[in-house]
Design a protein around this ligand. Structure first.
Ligand code: FDA
Length: 391
């Protein structure tokens, strides 16, 4: 085994959060080592946003994050916001555009974001140990000792930045939680989030609509997302469903408004205007979807044959179509993990563990999960920046 290297901080995980923390601490003069078992850094950045990385969102606000403590993310997001990351992107000459709903993407490639973070790490003299398995982490004598690959490194500070278990084939693991528990930090039950939902039983018939999408409002409890929903061969997906999946719990129904924004009585109006038309032909939806919905509503024949009261009932059903997902496509397909290292054991200002000096946790490993649309990377940058300032 090679001799021990000594650093001011060891960061476990070379994803967005770990690289940001390393660059910031390195540029503050700290000697930083980043260890990752994957064969290259920032793998989730590389595949994100269809290869263009949706790196932040102009609408970033704490209420767009889920956590057992909804106030926890305020401090870090307040001190390092979307404009701060955008300024970094611009300093590196990376061209970008706003796609929709405040989502910012690279014009070129997500690879530019990884290259930028690595440049920043280089500017801070950060040492990278990529493709090295972490074999042991120990604490004692006021510091941490990490055995990785065929060597051991020590530092008075250790940052857990190994993310959550979503998409294991990219090297994602629940390592952060195991380590956190070993150091007496609690873990809020991790669940797949931003994930397609599956349908079974009678509702499995909707799977025949695989590939059909429509703009809807998806609701679960108090959460509502006006975006597109997509039928798949397993159930439901598309941005509206991915968003609502983060709020959904097993056993709960979700409600879909297939015709958002229609005034009350619009179907009665339609009957007056076109009494000979069928419901299927007047629904402004893709043909296959209109057909499936009218079939399930048990409506055929001309609008003129339906009473106003019946049409009012149909309006209601189309506006509150209830699905009972029997599950989700799980961590294999989840864009993020909800839950994680409990925030009550961490400082919201520095991300340091309250009871163990020198221990930090950042990024997706922590129980803070953002909406779809660049919010999760912004949390990775902001929490990484906060720790980087404190290391
Ligand atoms: P991240 O998971 O990025 O990094 C953790 C690192 O730790 C990895 O490099 C991993 O190899 C390493 N690691 C894990 N276990 C280890 C172990 N046992 N030993 C050593 N190393 C270990 N978000 C967003 O805002 N905009 C977007 O466009 C997208 N798009 C997107 C697409 C897809 C397909 C996915 C799966 C996810 C997204 N996301 C996203 C979410 C975003 O990728 C995610 O929230 C951040 O990458 C989290 O950053 P972290 O650095 O915390 O973890």
């Amino acid at each position: 085994m090679k001799a021990a290297g000594s650093y001011d901080a060891i960061i476990l995980g070379a994803g967005g959060a770990g690289l940001m923390a390393a660059a910031v601490a390195g540029q503050r003069g700290r000697r930083v080592l980043v260890i990752d078992h994957a064969d290259e850094p920032g793998k989730k950045i590389l595949i994100s946003g269809g290869g263009r990385c949706n790196f932040t969102n102009l609408g970033v606000a704490p209420d767009r994050y889920l956590s057992a403590n909804p106030h926890f993310a305020k401090s870090a997001l307040g001190r390092y916001g979307a404009q701060d990351f955008l300024a970094l992107v611009e300093r590196h000459g990376i061209a970008w555009h706003e796609k929709t709903l405040g989502q910012l993407f690279c014009d070129g490639s997500a690879r530019q974001i990884v290259a930028m973070l690595l440049d920043e790490c280089r500017a801070g003299g950060v040492t990278l140990a990529i493709g090295e398995a972490i074999r042991d982490v120990a604490h004692g004598d006021g510091g941490f000792r990490v055995t990785h690959g065929d060597r051991t490194s020590t530092a008075p500070a250790l940052v857990i930045a190994t993310g959550g278990p979503s998409i294991p084939k990219l090297g994602a693991t629940g390592f952060a939680y195991d380590l956190a528990r070993r150091f007496a930090l609690k873990v809020v039950e991790p669940r797949p989030a931003l994930v397609p939902l599956t349908l079974s039983g009678e509702e499995a018939l909707f799977r025949s609509l695989s590939g059909v999408s429509a703009p809807v409002v998806a609701r679960c409890g108090k959460a509502a997302f006006p975006e597109a929903a997509l039928f798949t061969h397993r159930g439901l997906s598309g941005p509206a469903i991915l968003q609502i999946s983060s709020y959904w719990r097993h056993g709960q129904p979700i409600a879909v408004d297939f015709l958002p924004g229609r005034p009350k009585g619009w179907l009665v109006e339609a009957k007056r205007a076109r009494p000979r038309a069928s419901l299927k032909t007047i629904l402004p939806l893709p043909d296959r979807l209109a057909e499936a919905l009218t079939e399930r509503l048990g409506v055929d024949g001309e609008l003129g044959t339906l009473t106003d009261a019946r049409l009012g009932g149909i309006e209601q059903q189309l506006a509150h179509w209830t699905f009972h997902p029997n599950g989700s496509e799980g961590f294999a397909k989840a864009e993020v993990t909800i839950g994680g290292i409990a925030t009550d054991g961490l400082s919201s200002k520095t991300m340091a563990a309250r009871h163990l000096p020198g221990l930090y946790a950042i990024g997706e490993a922590v129980d803070v999960t953002g909406w779809l649309g660049g919010y999760n990377f912004q949390w990775a940058w902001a929490s990484g920046w906060a720790a980087g300032q404190a290391l």
